[in-house]
Ligand binder design. Structure first.
Ligand code: AMP
Ligand code: GLY
Length: 433
């Protein structure tokens, strides 16, 4: 019986826990959490509720007490802050890279410079500025541009011309704001195309992809409203996406392989964990938007339920450096998140929600909720994820929709995610490139 320490308490960690528990090896889960997630609590041997996931002193003593076979670091915050390094000092390996490798997610400038230095394809034209010298001129030269704050900002630090920034003056002013805050800012060419996520298991050398997924960042139907952590996602039975061309996933894979190799050359450390590339299918290939150094939320819930390979074995191979192969079921998935009314700007909190019986073919994962003796309460962010799993996207969408529409409380969701109509719009964007 393996002992596994899992850090995090969201829906992503709920599906990670569920998938570890499916392993024929059997395991005991020791969860390091800062909120009462009822899904995780039900799966845990021990649920250690702490004030902050960033309290690494408390993490260290928990790890000494538990002596796990390995750890799994779910959220970006703890990956980037170096939870893996703290555990490594105790000779505990983690799925989740050490801090120096986690810069891949923690610093947009690091990643852009790495990709450029090693001559890897997919990069937009970009410059990293540490003063405002030449900044206005570069924005003018690009025409359509993106301004990126350097640190972890939950996607909120990125502003795109034509969407959030409407003139050179506005772009310049926001870039100077970022410079003043972080001491540097990335300015880059804007890609035109359709975004997709490709997540890969990485042991430092071997890169094994999961099915491609498409996320929906905007809060409201028709891709309107503010950016969120992701309102829902889908993946297709053939593990590609309906709008991709032959070769797009292979091109994205090739970038990830080269970046994994470059990280090792640059830092002397192997990246062990999940490389989650945000890519854009553009006119002449695939552009790299960014890397995250952990599973996507919600993307993890599309792919992990389809994993046929023993997940504990995959994790141990990531840590040992001997990944060989992984297999996923050929099923389509559609995920819709239930979020509080007012999310993301002014979410309702502390209110109770009622969940109906979950239909067959649907999985439910608990996100930002608080389990209390009398029920489940909203705690301000994405609350419940429902995933329909079926042979076709159409059926998976129907299943997810039947489940989300039964939740009662001050919540909303995006009805259009995974529908034929919205997917067709992506196909049309690709056809017009
Ligand atoms: P990031 O935090 O890097 O994922 O950026 C947040 C969002 O900004 C992405 O999901 C894209 O929609 C958009 N974005 C970032 N970089 C670019 C780019 N070079 N071209 C077009 N859109 C971008
Ligand atoms: N799906 C967005 C994220 O996990 O960052």
């Amino acid at each position: 019986m393996k002992k596994i320490l899992l850090i995090g308490n969201g829906a992503r960690e709920h599906v990670i826990a569920e998938t570890l528990k499916r392993s024929p090896q059997g395991c005991e889960l020791f969860v390091f959490a800062s909120a009462n997630n009822p899904g995780l609590m039900a799966l845990a041997k021990e649920y250690r509720l702490v004030k902050s996931l960033n309290d690494f002193e408390v993490l260290r003593s928990f790890a000494i007490e538990v002596r796990p076979d390995f750890a799994f670091i779910g959220p970006d915050g703890q990956v980037v802050a170096g939870a893996a390094d703290v555990l490594l000092e105790l000779e505990i390996g983690s799925v989740g890279p050490v801090k120096i490798c986690a810069q891949l997610e923690g610093s947009k400038a690091f990643t852009r410079e790495l990709v450029a230095k090693y001559g890897i394809e997919g990069s937009p034209k970009f410059k990293v500025f540490v003063t405002a010298d030449g900044l206005r001129e570069f924005i003018e030269e690009l025409g359509e541009y993106v301004v990126k704050a350097d640190g972890l900002t939950g996607g909120k630090g990125v502003k795109v011309s034509g969407e959030h920034l409407h003139s050179v003056d506005e772009g310049f002013a926001y870039a100077v704001e970022c410079l003043n805050a972080d001491g540097r800012v990335v300015i880059e060419e804007k890609f035109i195309g359709v975004e997709f996520s490709l997540m890969s298991f990485v042991d430092g050398v071997h890169v094994l992809d999961m099915p491609g997924v498409q996320d929906h960042k905007r809060a409201h139907e028709g891709d309107t409203g503010p950016n969120t952590g992701g309102m829902g996602t889908y993946s297709d039975a053939n593990h590609s996406l309906p709008f991709l061309r032959p070769g797009d996933l292979e091109a994205a894979h090739a970038i990830t392989v080269k970046v994994a190799e470059a990280i090792y050359k640059e830092t002397g450390k192997y990246f062990k964990g999940i490389m989650y590339g945000g890519f854009m299918a553009v006119r002449n290939g695939v552009g790299l938007i960014e890397y995250n150094a952990r599973f996507g939320d919600p993307e993890a819930m599309n792919v992990l339920p389809l994993l046929k390979t023993d997940f504990i074995d995959v994790c141990e191979r990531i840590i040992a450096g001997n990944l060989e192969s992984v297999e996923f079921e050929n099923k389509a998935t559609v995920l819709k998140y239930i979020v509080p009314e007012g999310y993301p700007e002014n979410p309702r909190k502390g209110e109770k929600i009622e969940i109906d019986e979950i239909p067959a073919g649907v999985k439910m994962y608990y996100g930002s909720v608080d389990a209390r003796p009398d029920g489940v309460y909203l705690s301000g962010s994405r609350a419940l994820a429902f995933v329909g799993i079926a042979d076709s996207l159409e059926e998976a969408e129907r299943l997810a929709q039947s489940a989300v529409s039964s939740v009662k409380g001050p919540v909303f969701y995006r009805k259009d995610i995974g529908t034929a109509e919205l997917i067709q719009k992506r196909v049309e964007v690709m056809n017009q490139l």
